[in-house]
Design a protein around this ligand. Structure first.
Ligand SMILES: Cc1cc2nc3c(=O)[nH]c(=O)nc-3n(C[C@H](O)[C@H](O)[C@H](O)COP(=O)(O)OP(=O)(O)OC[C@H]3O[C@@H](n4cnc5c(N)ncnc54)[C@H](O)[C@@H]3O)c2cc1C
Length: 343
């Protein structure tokens, strides 16, 4: 395996900040990672496992070894009654997996259409959109312990998924390289299986209301989600960003009720984790939507996305994000936590 030195990461993360990795390599198989683990650079350096860099914010050069995971492959490992288990390599592009599953007439991934990134990163923050999270479809995963080289299987429960959270962001942060993820999807080709869409969420609900429920299909949901996302989110090849910079705050029952009483127009939704308040709305109320400061700012169509207008430095973006956070705290007494991985 080739280890590159002083390697530019600009094309390996969507925020497009000009940073370098002291060492950089790409792994296409678990054996390659094992081989790499015997290399002196691996043994002596801090390591960062990277997918396609759409959820990272590099604040400086990375003075260690970046291991980009490029493990390919999608297969059906089990087909039983109404469902199928699919296993995808960590380096597979998430949308490629969604498209593949639609071609197989599987249902379950369509609400997660057009989320940028790789399959291997999807469990890290338990990706979610339009009422579905990875945890709803994840059957388990295989990962390599970067300390011992052992490959371990994790069940979905062992991943301890939460809202944009998992064990890999907490106790096991940086410890494992995820090699493959298994997903349980409905097999619409199986006899007697009918499609049950999740279509009651925000903009998706509004778009689908005018349609005959009998005509809803995974492909239609996928296309509708993609259409909504295209109108709301920046294309990171044109405008650097890492998606939502902050998480939606989850408030305690009483505090949520009070906020909703004071601001009846605030978008909120309840799920198993509590009452989530739209962080985008809070930021917008503080006047940040579409506001540009130097080379950075909040995206004009979605205040939750901080963008790089081309030449932004990490310092500029950090200062901007800090100001956004402070004004939400001062106006609403709510602390916004970053969703993006700050490195
Ligand atoms: C425009 C835009 C829209 C987005 N919309 C959504 C959305 O709707 N919902 C949502 O949940 N997210 C969203 N995101 C965030 C992002 O798409 C996801 O977090 C995605 O899973 C990141 O994948 P990645 O391969 O780019 O991961 P990276 O950014 O490369 O890595 C993210 C984290 O995972 C770790 N990691 C990556 N691969 C592995 C691996 N194989 N093994 C172990 N650790 C690994 C990294 O160390 C890092 O901590 C959006 C991002 C953008 C830019």
């Amino acid at each position: 395996m080739e280890i590159k030195e002083h390697y530019s990461l600009k094309e390996h993360h969507t925020f497009k900040i000009p940073v370098q990795a002291r060492y950089f390599t790409e792994a296409r198989t678990a054996d390659e990672i094992l081989e790499l683990s015997r290399h002196p650079v691996f043994r002596s350096q801090e390591k960062l496992v990277l997918g396609s860099g759409s959820n990272v914010f590099f604040t400086k050069n990375f003075e260690g070894l970046v291991i980009k995971i490029a493990i390919p492959g999608i297969e059906i490992t089990k087909r039983q009654d109404a469902y199928a288990i699919i296993r995808a390599g960590a380096g597979v592009n998430w949308q490629e997996l969604v498209d593949w599953s639609l071609q197989q007439n599987f249902a379950g991934l369509e609400n997660l259409s057009m989320i940028p990134g790789t399959v291997g990163a999807s469990p890290i923050q338990n990706i979610g959109a339009y009422g579905i999270e990875l945890k709803d479809v994840c059957e388990g995963l295989e990962a390599m312990d970067l300390e011992s080289g052992e490959i371990r299987e994790f069940t979905s429960e062992e991943c301890r998924f939460g809202y944009r959270n998992s064990i890999f962001k907490n106790e096991l942060r940086g410890r494992y390289a995820i090699l493959a993820v298994s997903l349980k999807v409905s097999d619409l080709s199986a006899p007697g299986v009918t499609y049950r869409p999740t279509a009651s969420y925000g903009d998706l609900k509004t778009k689908l209301e005018s349609m005959d429920p009998k005509t809803l299909s995974p492909r239609l949901i996928s296309e509708t989600v993609s259409e909504i996302r295209r109108t709301k989110l920046p294309n990171s090849t044109l405008l650097g960003n890492a998606g939502s910079f902050f998480k939606n705050p989850v408030l305690a029952e009483e505090r949520a009720k009070q906020l909703i009483r004071e601001h009846p127009q605030v978008p909120w939704f309840k799920d198993s984790q509590g009452t989530k308040i739209s962080a985008g709305w809070l930021i917008e109320q503080c006047g940040w939507k579409g506001k540009r400061v130097g080379n950075t700012g909040c995206y004009e169509k979605q205040a939750l996305v901080i963008v790089n207008y081309g030449a932004a430095t990490a310092k500029e973006i950090l200062a901007f994000a800090y100001n956004v956070q402070s004004s939400v705290r001062e106006t609403f007494g709510i602390e916004l936590a970053p969703e993006v991985n700050i490195i």
